[in-house]
Design a protein around this ligand. Structure first.
Ligand SMILES: Nc1ncnc2c1ncn2[C@@H]1O[C@H](COP(=O)(O)OP(=O)(O)OP(=O)(O)O)[C@@H](O)[C@H]1O
Length: 255
């Protein structure tokens, strides 16, 4: 296996607060890698640095062998590196299916086509709709496809967010606490769908999660972040048996 994402000696401070400290991680292509650590360890900040939301103060970030340090999020999206986002307020009054159809295409829409070739646009719309129907089936939400997204349960919204990543040609998906507030049955659906996207579609996942059960079911390897640096990397069993990790993480921050 080779690394699809490499974070090399990255640091990031907010004012006088050093949040990420000389941090290096590798995410192997085809893996479902977990990222855990106590509250405030810098997990979300590291995600924001990888996804192009923040630029690091020093160090570099590589994707598919190319330096993407400071490349903005929308460009990374076009290259298949994306993160799930909560269904925005303005989309909650649209149906689940329409939410999938609203995911922007990876290549910019051609104005020429919109103005001069309306039949092409209609054909594209039909194609997007067909894809959205396929995706909604895949994530197990076909029975609620016409429900307003705002009326879906918390877990169904998470499945819809995962579905949105399938509307584009994703390669790496960053999942930030996707299990939060999801009931156990739907959580199993989420886990199964993530595993299917990994095995059937070749998605690589980097997963921030406080739910250790989900990490144990999904992730190998697991990276432990503490005070903005990697404390340990290994299987969940190795991590759960490590004294320093237990002290830093499980000891005072068991979720
Ligand atoms: N935009 C920002 N401006 C200033 N400080 C920030 C910003 N984003 C994060 N921080 C600070 O950086 C530190 C790390 O936050 P971060 O959200 O990355 O941690 P985390 O490991 O994801 O925590 P949690 O598990 O609680 O979500 C915190 O002290 C936080 O207050």
């Amino acid at each position: 296996m080779s690394a699809i994402i490499e974070v090399r000696q990255v640091s990031k401070a907010f004012g006088s607060l050093n949040v990420i400290n000389d941090c290096s991680i590798q995410v192997e292509q085809g893996s479902i890698t977990g990222l855990i650590g106590p509250n405030g360890a810098g997990k979300s900040t590291l995600f924001n640095l990888i996804a192009g939301t923040f630029a690091p103060d020093s160090g570099s970030i590589w994707y598919q062998g190319q330096d993407i340090t400071s490349v903005p999020a929308n460009q990374l999206f076009h290259r298949g590196l994306l993160r799930t986002f909560q269904i925005a307020q303005e989309f909650s009054h649209m149906s689940a299916l329409e939410n999938l159809m609203m995911v922007p295409p990876q290549k910019g829409e051609s104005l020429f086509n919109t103005w001069f070739r309306p039949s092409d646009v209609r054909a594209q719309e039909a194609e997007v709709r067909e894809k959205a129907l396929e995706v909604i089936e895949f994530v197990g939400l076909a029975h609620v496809k016409n429900e307003l997204a705002g009326n879906l349960s918390g877990g169904q919204k998470k499945l819809l967010e995962l579905g949105r990543t399938m509307m584009v040609d994703a390669k790496v998906v960053l999942l930030d606490e996707i299990a939060a507030g999801v009931n156990r049955t739907l959580l199993q659906d989420l886990i199964r769908n993530i595993q299917r996207l990994n095995t059937e579609r070749g998605y690589t996942f980097l997963v921030i999660e406080h739910d250790m059960d989900m990490i144990a079911q999904l992730c190998d390897p697991v990276i432990v972040l503490a005070q903005g640096s990697v404390m340990m990397e290994g299987t969940i069993q190795e991590i759960q048996e490590d004294k320093s990790v237990i002290e830093a993480y499980f000891g005072n921050d068991a979720h």
